[in-house]
Design a protein around this ligand. Sequence first.
Ligand code: EPZ
Length: 419
Amino acid sequence: MDKLVITGGVPLSGEVTISGAKNAALPILASTLLYRGTSVFSNIPKMGDIATIKKLLIWLGASIEERSDQTAVEFKKINRQDAPYEMVKTMRASILVLGPLLARCGEARVSLPGGCAIGARPVNLTLSALERMGAEVKIVQGYIQAKVKKLKGAKIVFDTPTVTGTENVMMAATLAEGTTLLENAACEPEITDLARCLSLAGASIQGAGTETMTIQGVRELHGVDYSVMPDRIEAGTFMIAGAITGGDIFIRKGKSRDLKAVTYKLQEAGVEIEEEKEGLCVKAKKGIQSVDVKTAPFPGFPTDLQAQMAALMTLARGFSIVTETIFENRFNHVAELVRMGADIRINGNQEVIRGVSRLSGAQVMASDLRGSASLVLAGLAAEGETQVSRIYHLDRGYEKMEEKFSRLGAKMMRTRGAL
Ligand code: EPZ
């Protein structure tokens, strides 16, 4: 298995360009099940999870053509309506084909996504919403079996805002008969990006990015030309990398409007962040002050940057309390940070972090996507060498990470492991 070998202590400098957003590209690629004709997408990132959903779309009948920096997708026919366990178990977000398959074909058999390292990850809200829209939904031998003659618009109120739940229902509703009203919808920018793409294809959607969305069903949708938004979680990861190394970097395509809570917290911690037309300037010459962080649905502090922020707080002056409110087990990186010299105590859904003056490099092991990013950031700041193993977790959600960091001056290389 590959490892990342990092020699810490180098303040990052220079410019990095952010790739397309994984969590926008996934639902946008799934939405091609709804379209008649070819769609051409740009800014689709090249990473594990994107490869997985492309494999699933081809399994369902898509033809996918990779052009230089574009991806063309067409379903001449949808040959299958099932997403097998072998595919879904590697990426839970495969459930994003459920809504489109039901809307387009009236049936779907999708493996129930299991939990993952960060939590149980139930999908009950999606399933009950589709039932409200007239689908018969059963769980048979670990598979979601759903069928319906024609989905009907309905009023749906989510108990809690769910990102992929909002995306699944929005996609299903675009071809339903009548109007769907979705309350307590998630507001993440990736949802707005998907809604923008669906509207270009002919969908009628109001309120994307707010808690209340209205979707009027239409008869059919056509292919689109669409460019996926930049990845705000990658941008946030690089902002924190600039901060933790005391660097001075420019993050091209970084947009503070998608990262208001993160920008605010980093500025509170003493990081200088300036928004320019093409991106964000991040400077952190004066050391870092501890701040408290509490994750929340957008526009709150994103749970996908909690682990990275915790890494920064291990070297901040004072105490910080990091509270995770979205997932039940998103502290897998803590034990590894402690092995690097961090002073962190877990207390329920909170990490109490006492800043220390230095971290020391160590051999550490990644166990989930964003937790592995946190270990990389700690390695960039630690004295000596850090080896991060099991970086297949990282490769699921970051494109060319070691290349991008090396271009910013980091001493980081990938060693190819035998196994
Ligand atoms: C999306 O996951 C993202 N993944 C996650 O990013 C992100 O952490 C998460 O949203 C929260 O922002 C993609 O977009 C592919 P949720 P999702 O449904 O949709 C509970 C990454 O690192 N819930 O918004 O699966 C759930 O348990 C990944 O890129 C229910 O109870 O998350 C959680 O506590 C990790 N029932 C909360 O809602 C449901 O039916 C939010 O989950 C659905 C969710």
